[in-house]
Design a protein around this ligand. Sequence first.
Ligand SMILES: Cc1ncc(COP(=O)(O)O)c(C=O)c1O
Length: 389
Amino acid sequence: MKAPTGLDAFDVPLETLRARRSAKWATYPDDVLPAWVAEMDFELAPPIRAVLLDAIELDDTGYAEPGRLGSAFAGFASARFGWSVEPERVWVAADVMSAAVEVLRSFTSSGDGVVVNTPVYPPFLKSVPEIGRRVVEVPLVPDSGRWELDLDGLERAFAGGAAAYLLCNPHNPTGRLLGRDELAAVAELAARHGVLVVADEVHGPMALPGATHTPFVSLGEEAAAHGVTITSASKAWNLAGLKCAVIVAGSAGMQEQLAERLPKSLRFHAGHFGVLASVAAFTEGAAWLDALIEHLDGNRRRLGELLERELPAVRYAEPEAGFLAWLDCRELGLGDDPSAPFLERGRVAVNPGPTFGSPGRGFVRLNFGTSSSLLEEAVRRMASTLDHA
Ligand SMILES: Cc1ncc(COP(=O)(O)O)c(C=O)c1O
């Protein structure tokens, strides 16, 4: 059995990482450095490792019993965001995307429009048509390097009959974290036009220094009446394979609607290990999360320095949350999808910008949830692509 190394939990050696069998590490051959899908390269938080090892020792691999999840999440929400959550208003699901899809399916009808802010996490663009709804794009506006919400565009889309808004905050891939004023404007528009706001806040626990995450339904009555917050420990504590997420109602009215509309089977799709690990994360994972945030804060700055040195033509604005960087590579002359030459010639896997919607042409998404030495290696490999041009 692997014991904690006692080394820096955020500096796991490459050979240890190569032994992992998750999607990030198993998709490409060993000469490719993976910096794509949103998994992190760190050791587990000790309380999470302990609860999972304990379950293995007990051969405790049955169905999930999510009884403690609501109060665990409520405690975390209160301590981290100053958000008072009623534990019984916390609904469990297998993961954030299936939660978002089930909420959209339950609250909208076939053919309805669902607003998204492109460039955006690619499953948003795929899942909406999969359930027979229409994607309505309201692109973010690049304004002096910062991606801004187009409130006029949002209003036009809402007035044009969109039924729901799949809000990604913090935003993947740009790393933008919306402030209270912007969120209040969204709530006001949603209330005026009767639009449901489905707020995917999975990167929220990783707000980086200088930014504050505001859960949408914590904003006030309008937001709580017209929105749900969906989140998970899966990104901040790297638990995506364990399967557990929460849907949170902020008002009695929304709670009633969730009770009436959500499929009763939803909770049975969550994984037992996911629930155990999420409870540990929410109740005992704050110290590790603080250390993670410090490491990511260092890496987002380091990435800026590395790009300036190795790839000065790439434009990059430091994200305000999380471990994903949205890199504007249009001046490199590598075409609409620079991830292809980066992979072929540089042997580094990053996400192709065009999969995030048409504003992603010429961009790539880089995952910096890794050690600073592997981050440096990723940038070095991207730069070496140009030598081989
Ligand atoms: C914004 C966003 N939503 C959802 C997910 C997926 O979360 P889950 O695996 O819990 O569905 C991700 C994963 O990277 C994400 O970035």
